[in-house]
Design a binder for this molecule. Structure first.
Ligand SMILES: [Zn+2]
Length: 220
């Protein structure tokens, strides 16, 4: 980040130092002394417009945050790869013992659009260009993307993308259950899973139903 770009953050930082931190000083002290005990794991996209702390007006210590491209949960895979998302889920469930995991998708998701369009820019792993990580990551939803495009004649592209954004959330819930420690916590009624989708046009959160695959506006 250049000096100029960084200076754009300084006003916000000054506000944090002068107004926000003094009000939360006691809370930070408690969180340091007792450690964090978040009850919710929030899995959302890296997208700069989707900030779950802001949407739910949560405080430090409330949400264990996991953000990645297109809020994907990969299926359980026990191999020697560097599974950052799976590691965060394991820590949240087995150590922090969160009570709720929320997967939050959103409208106009760039990762989902790239997977839908199968863009050349998101080329396959290539030693020469040193690129391909996004392609490899989004490969997880290739199948549902193809299904939606083949079975959704009559729907506009935006509607198909919304369907893919939402079904992607439901797939992540399914993949969460493929982790033994998640399924065990669910079986013991110690954990709940919720799929949601943030509508940027209206500023509302919708909650998904895994059986009907429909999403309904959350009453706030
Ligand atoms: Zn996104």
């Amino acid at each position: 980040m250049s000096k100029n770009k960084f200076s754009g953050l300084l006003d916000g930082y000054a506000k944090f130092r002068e107004e926000i931190y003094p009000k939360q000083k006691k809370l930070f002290k408690e969180l340091v002394e007792k450690g964090q005990r978040p009850e919710i794991l929030m899995i959302s996209c890296c997208d700069s417009r989707v900030n779950s702390s802001q949407i739910f007006n949560s405080k430090p210590g409330d949400l264990f945050m996991l953000r990645n491209v297109a809020n994907l949960v990969p299926p359980y895979q026990l191999d020697s790869g560097y599974h950052g998302t799976s590691a965060a889920i394991e820590y949240a469930v087995t150590e922090l013992k969160v009570k709720l995991i929320i997967v939050m998708g959103h409208s106009y998701c760039g990762g989902i659009k790239a997977a839908y369009e199968n863009k050349d820019a998101f080329a396959e792993m290539n030693e020469e260009t040193g690129r391909g990580f996004t392609h490899q990551w989004m490969d997880m939803i290739k199948e549902i993307s193809t299904d939606i495009q083949e079975c959704s004649h009559g729907l506009t592209e935006r509607d198909q993308l919304r369907k893919l954004e939402q079904e992607n959330v439901l797939l992540s819930l399914k993949n969460l259950r493929s982790f033994k420690f998640v399924q065990e916590a669910l079986d013991n009624d110690e954990l709940e899973l919720v799929g949601s989708w943030f509508d940027l046009d209206r500023g509302v959160v919708l909650i998904g139903n895994e059986e009907t695959k429909k999403f309904h506006v959350l009453k706030g």
